[in-house]
Design a binder for this molecule. Structure first.
Ligand code: FBP
Length: 251
């Protein structure tokens, strides 16, 4: 089995900085200096993250600098949606090809699947193609798997998060990004169900440093491969300090 994730891992672990929130949530999330992509890219380098997650527009206009290309591997999020439309049955359309992500210097592509949505079938078709194209180009295929839609009564229901983990493996994702389940007891099951697909924790809304780092400790103790986090890092004035604490837990 080829290890497409190798350029994005350190000691086999991932610490990704997510920065697609201007698209997904709008400017309300871009608190303080975080509206500035250069600030975030510098943070990713100085904080020793193992990858940065960007939409193509930001990659095209900011990741061109050699200081970033040399020091922080790129993951292009190739689909995205705003939060302005009713979220009842979500679907996130593709806005960048795998081929173009490669041209921008990406080592991986990321794609969000809303598990349980009326449109999940379309997402599976999309991801099926994306995964094959990515592997042909020697890139990793990463799936954000978020249960969402009318059929989903609780987005962090542990049984559904376990389902998401298994789905990631069966769809051929190299790595999945999932939300913290409603109980710590299933963390090991999640990892076991994902098998050779790596699992990282999605950061979530900003919470206290202690709450966030406790979750990270728990997932790492249960075999997760790291985190992909945004708001819990760059919404803080002391972003580099928390990045260092995170690094100590993960590596
Ligand atoms: P955070 O660590 O800030 O939660 O970022 C992770 C992420 O998946 C982002 O990539 C994405 O923009 C956002 O969360 C989507 O959040 P949601 O769909 O839950 O509103």
């Amino acid at each position: 089995m080829k290890d497409y994730l190798k350029p994005l891992l350190k000691n086999n672990k991932a610490m990704f900085l997510a920065y697609d929130h201007g698209f997904e949530h709008g400017p309300k999330d871009l608190i303080g200096k975080s509206y500035d992509p250069n600030y975030i890219l510098d943070l990713a380098v100085q904080g020793d993250f193992t990858g940065i997650i960007l939409q193509k527009g930001i990659a095209e206009k900011y990741y061109t600098d050699a200081k970033y290309q040399r020091h922080i591997p790129l993951i292009i999020k190739i689909n995205g949606k705003t939060n302005l439309r009713p979220n009842e049955e979500p679907y996130s359309p593709i806005n960048c090809s795998v081929n173009y992500a490669k041209k921008l210097g990406a080592q991986a592509v990321g794609y969000t699947i809303y598990l349980g949505s009326e449109y999940e079938n379309k997402s599976f078709e999309d991801f099926g193609k994306i995964q094959e194209e990515a592997h042909q180009l020697n890139m990793a295929a990463i799936a954000w798997i978020y249960p969402r839609g009318k059929a989903i009564l609780k987005e962090n229901d542990s049984e559904i998060i376990k389902y998401a983990a298994r789905l990631g493996l069966e769809l051929g994702a190299d790595l999945i990004k999932i939300k913290y389940p409603d109980t710590e007891n299933v963390l090991k099951d999640i990892v076991n169900l994902a098998g050779n697909t790596k699992v990282v924790l999605s950061g979530g809304e900003k919470e206290s440093e202690e709450e966030f780092l406790t979750k990270v400790k728990q997932v790492m103790a249960n075999g997760f491969s790291g985190v992909a986090v945004g708001r819990n890092i760059w919404q803080r004035p002391d972003a580099l300090t928390i990045a260092e604490k995170l690094r100590k837990i993960i590596f």
